[in-house]
Ligand binder design. Sequence first.
Ligand SMILES: Cc1cc2nc3c(=O)[nH]c(=O)nc-3n(C[C@H](O)[C@H](O)[C@H](O)COP(=O)(O)OP(=O)(O)OC[C@H]3O[C@@H](n4cnc5c(N)ncnc54)[C@H](O)[C@@H]3O)c2cc1C
Length: 242
Amino acid sequence: MPVAQPRVELLSCTPDPLSLVYAAFRQCYHAGFVGDMWPRLVAGEISREVQTGFVTAIMDSGHTSPIEHVSFTFAIGGVSRALTHQLVRHRIASYSQQSQRYVDGSHFDYIMPPAIARNPEAAERFSQLMETIGAGYRDLKRLLESEGRKGSRANEDARFVLPQAAATNIVVTMNCRSLLNFFEHRCCNRAQWEIRHVAEAMLERCREVLPAIFAVAGARCERLGFCPEGEKFCCGRYPVRK
Ligand SMILES: Cc1cc2nc3c(=O)[nH]c(=O)nc-3n(C[C@H](O)[C@H](O)[C@H](O)COP(=O)(O)OP(=O)(O)OC[C@H]3O[C@@H](n4cnc5c(N)ncnc54)[C@H](O)[C@@H]3O)c2cc1C
């Protein structure tokens, strides 16, 4: 049962994202119909610098609902069920996750936390446990199948012994406003290491595609210039607010 490697792939994004956000913002303050402006936007008649400047100024004012019109879809793989349990707590999103009923877990991949991997004794114990759990899963599946519970009907009960370390794949779609909230929470040093690494990889891709929105995204302290977590939880990157 191999140790899985995390992967974050941007599958898709709303076409013409900057122009779309610009058009949505402009409609709020423009007496005319933005549909008439759209062909000029798509043709590049209004420069990206102008669009970016307008979007940035409005974003700074806290008016952020127009960025909900643009969504990003990521495939996230080779991550633990511990990570995806945290990920799906973000409700303003859509998810499609690999099923533990329809996908056999007899030889599941797993994620070994780096702190355990660095300690040879802990790593050995961890690997043994994964092998033991895999063997237990296969035994349970065989016993269930011998009673006539085949395929997914055996998997759905045998999976109860799978660990949080078990690897999984998931597709997630979030709009830009939800992504900003996600990055504020999960790029923070307080976030758990695995989801933080995934969030940082997602943010990198978002910045490449739509810097007008994501250039200054990340943990809240990056935008605020101080740590809102308080003395007890502050990592020291920024001073806490007095
Ligand atoms: C460091 C860290 C530690 C955490 N520890 C725990 C823990 O110990 N236990 C635990 O249960 N969770 C924990 N969480 C999860 C956290 O409480 C949130 O559930 C998670 O981060 C999702 O954030 P969200 O609700 O802002 O996102 P979303 O669900 O995507 O919601 C986005 C925004 O929409 C609004 N919203 C959504 N739904 C509602 C609603 N029903 N009512 C009002 N407003 C709504 C809110 O403004 C919210 O911020 C932790 C998160 C972090 C980052």
